[in-house]
Design a binder for this molecule. Structure first.
Ligand SMILES: Nc1ncnc2c1ncn2[C@@H]1O[C@H](COP(=O)(O)OP(=O)(O)OP(=O)(O)O)[C@@H](O)[C@H]1O
Length: 256
């Protein structure tokens, strides 16, 4: 089976149960999935479990292959994960940090590594930062570098935890647009944690809404981001409306 299928998954951190019988997918190749839910609902935990960074009880298969059966390097070749925390402001040039990310996949760098890294920086609009040092960049600029580090690896599974949190309005749109195009072109499965529900409506294909470590709803994003589900998940009174150009947006009127 192509794409990602996970669950039912149960995840404990220490003795604490965090995820309860969570299922995800099947998520087809070439699609972007939004992982939604209130603070503490388990989004990052699920992403880390998919990335193989937390032990999960339950099956996770990618393109028919059980991820749990893979060695760390083999897992890293298939899957790129960008955590919620921004890349640290260390004394390393941007280009070097992107090349280091390519090396996570194991082996030595191939001849095209440099041009591949440069092309990824260009697509994100930060080619001019290639020789700058990470500890001289703003938070948003470092987040764009973090995205370059993930994208340059052309993974089969792209996992991004709040990739827009430090970005300005223009970059939020250009990054989501780029992620959608790259996901289609490279036939990746992309799973992205987002708090901006209008962004999810406009730029993702399917969504899973978590609440208290369980799946509340799953399916096409417009069927998941609804007044009823938002009331249940977040405790807000909200409407989903189309703006003048027909694009969906979430308007919050208050709390329930
Ligand atoms: N290291 C840990 N030890 C114990 N509990 C943890 C740990 N990390 C996370 N948790 C708990 O797991 C639950 C889910 O956390 P998680 O970070 O997955 O939520 P989230 O949906 O990503 O939240 P947010 O939107 O705030 O980032 C929370 O109740 C949190 O307190």
């Amino acid at each position: 089976m192509n794409g990602l299928v996970a669950g039912p998954l149960n995840v404990h951190i220490g003795r604490r149960p965090i995820l309860h019988d969570v299922t995800l997918g099947p998520l087809a190749r070439g699609t972007v999935t939004a992982l939604l839910g209130p603070n503490g609902s388990g989004k990052s935990t699920l992403l880390r479990a998919l990335a193989g960074l937390l032990p999960a009880h339950g099956p996770i298969t990618l393109n028919g292959q059980a991820l749990s059966s893979l060695s760390r390097p083999a897992h890293a070749r298939l899957c790129a994960y960008m955590p919620q925390a921004l890349p640290p402001p260390i004394r390393m040039q941007v280009m070097e940090s992107v090349l280091v990310s390519l090396r996570v996949q194991g082996g030595s760098l191939h001849d095209e590594a440099f041009s591949q890294a440069m092309e990824t920086l260009s697509r994100l609009g930060i080619a001019d930062m290639a020789l700058r040092f990470m500890d001289e960049l703003s938070g948003g600029q470092r987040q764009l570098v973090g995205l370059a580090q993930a994208l340059v690896r052309s993974p089969d599974l792209l996992l991004l935890d709040e990739p827009l949190s430090a970005l300005d309005l223009r970059h939020q749109f250009t990054v989501m647009d780029l992620l959608r195009r790259e996901t289609k072109k490279r036939r990746m499965v992309s799973v992205i944690v987002l708090h901006d529900l209008s962004m999810a409506l406009r730029h993702t294909d399917v969504a899973t809404m978590l609440a208290k470590g369980r799946v509340l709803a799953s399916g096409p994003v417009r069927e998941v981001v609804t007044s009823a589900i938002l009331a249940q998940a977040y405790g807000v009174q909200a409407r989903v409306e189309d703006d003048a150009s027909g694009m969906p947006m979430v308007c919050v009127d208050g709390v329930v």
